[in-house]
Design a protein around this ligand. Structure first.
Ligand SMILES: Nc1ncnc2c1ncn2[C@@H]1O[C@H](COP(=O)(O)OP(=O)(O)OP(=O)(O)O)[C@@H](O)[C@H]1O
Length: 448
């Protein structure tokens, strides 16, 4: 496409095509006019001659049109053909409905190419943030925009979603990345030490202040200050913090000299600051000062597509060479809650890597709450079943469904996710397998 853009042929295409059509219309009119004149001068019937002339002109027009369309569309056709062969296999899922027309097919290819390009882009810019879900790609795009600016950013999201990682990535992509990046965890500070931590103190300012000490604001001068868990900052400190955010100046504890700083602020919290504002536990003015750009990191349960890549990443980081079986990976993907988010997933893999001796994480190496959320062996719930009161036990249908799901997963695992082969193995047709895969929400990409 780039080549076409650069060539003079492409630049004048916008003019050439309308000019060809206009020229063709003018030529047709002149020809019709001349023909009419000629037939009238020679006492011939103009109707039949003009009819034939129109037929010939239409055929020439049609052929010419085909030629133009062919010349214009050829590079697009070549591009689509090449793109089809290099797109990753997971985006070539044979179960997806085949596009009905050529335009729809091309649209699909362009969409897939755009998706892949944005993934590549985001991964290159933020290699430490493992993500490929759409929701995370949106976040990475936001981070990419905000990072080079000096805007204050407020990162929100549940615990363990990667807020600190996002803050660090913003810093790394910012203009200040060769200047200090100072972190302050607002939970870890005792009430009486707040002011000294932030503003520093002069020698003798209070008992124990044996020497002058710079605070976090001073240390972060020209750089970035990351205020983690900002929701835990006491109200009285919030008021003082506001002044620094507004004026970029403060005095050390026990000092009178006003110190000016040039700091970029990034704050993070897993608390709902808006709710805290309405409850009076967080200052509204500070909230607005911090919330210039809000980056919300979604919980893991809303981006389960990221799990395979994250697991792969954590397996690579494990102290010994480790892999995960497709069944175990499927169980991780099926876990609906993940209250501890990425941190919990990371701990799960770390723990499993210690437990497994074979080098492959199997379902038995995963915590009970995760295995329990997936397929349960039929014997489990029957063992202590009360025939009189069966409402808490699994029904036969549920047992059968679990068994069926298990068998399908096993077939997909053995055939590396190739559905045509799995369907032969299972003795059902491919369409029927496809329906069951959808019904049990099995992610086939994990088997590839
Ligand atoms: N997208 C990701 N890719 C790779 N690792 C991640 C990702 N998100 C989070 N992690 C890892 O998960 C762990 C928790 O992340 P982090 O500390 O940034 O979360 P947090 O939201 O700041 O947590 P908290 O609210 O408890 O402070 C870290 O070890 C981090 O490296």
């Amino acid at each position: 496409m780039k080549n076409i853009k650069n060539s003079t042929y492409h630049i004048s295409l916008y003019l050439i095509i309308p000019a060809i059509f206009a020229g063709f219309a003018v030529l047709s009119s002149i020809l019709s006019f001349r023909l009419t004149q000629y037939t009238l001068n020679h006492n011939l019937d103009p109707g039949i001659h003009i009819l034939w002339a129109s037929v010939i002109i239409s055929i020439i027009g049609l052929l010419f049109g085909f030629l133009i369309v062919w010349v214009i569309l050829k590079p697009i056709r070549d591009f689509v053909k090449n793109a089809e062969s290099v797109l990753p296999p997971e985006t070539q899922d044979s179960t997806i409905k085949k596009p009905e027309g050529q335009l729809e097919e091309w649209n699909n290819v362009f969409k897939r190419v755009t998706t892949v390009l944005s993934m590549v882009d985001a991964r290159q810019i933020f290699p430490e943030i493992i993500a490929e879900s759409e929701i995370m790609r949106g976040l990475l795009a936001q981070i990419n925009k905000v990072a080079p600016t000096d805007s204050t950013a407020l990162i929100t999201g549940e615990s363990g979603t990667g807020k600190e990682l996002v803050a660090t990535s913003i810093f790394k992509q910012s203009k200040r990345n060769d200047k200090p990046f100072i972190k302050l965890n607002c939970v870890a500070i005792a009430k009486e030490l707040w002011e000294s931590e932030l503003f520093g103190h002069e020698k003798g300012a209070f008992t124990g202040a044996v020497a002058q000490k710079p605070g976090k604001f001073e240390l972060a001068d020209k750089g970035t200050l990351f205020l983690d868990e900002i929701g835990d900052m006491p109200l009285e400190t919030q008021a003082k913090m506001l002044r620094v955010l507004q004026e970029r100046e403060f005095e050390r504890v026990g000092g009178t000299r006003t110190i000016k700083v040039d700091v970029r602020f990034i704050a993070a919290t897993n608390k709902n600051l808006e709710e805290m504002v309405s409850q009076g536990t967080f200052r509204e003015d500070l909230y607005f000062r911090l919330n210039v750009v809000n980056l919300n990191v979604p919980p893991l349960r809303e981006r389960k597509e990221d799990i395979p890549l994250l697991v792969q990443h954590f397996c690579k980081k494990a102290p010994k060479k480790i892999q995960i079986s497709p069944v175990a990976l499927q169980l991780l993907m099926e876990n609906s809650s993940w209250p501890g988010n990425i941190r919990e997933l990371q701990n799960t893999i770390e723990r499993a890597s210690v437990m497994c001796e074979s080098g492959v994480i199997e379902s038995e190496h995963l915590p009970d709450n995760i295995v329990g959320s997936g397929f349960i062996p039929p014997s489990l719930s029957f063992a202590e079943s009360d025939p009189e009161n069966n409402k808490n036990n699994f029904s036969l249908n549920e047992h059968l469904a679990m068994a069926e799901k298990n068998i399908i997963i096993e077939a997909l695992r053995k055939t590396s996710g190739v559905q045509s082969k799995a369907s032969i193995m299972l003795g059902i047709n491919q369409r029927s397998l496809w329906h069951r895969i959808k019904k049990y929400e099995i992610d086939t990409s994990v088997f590839k």
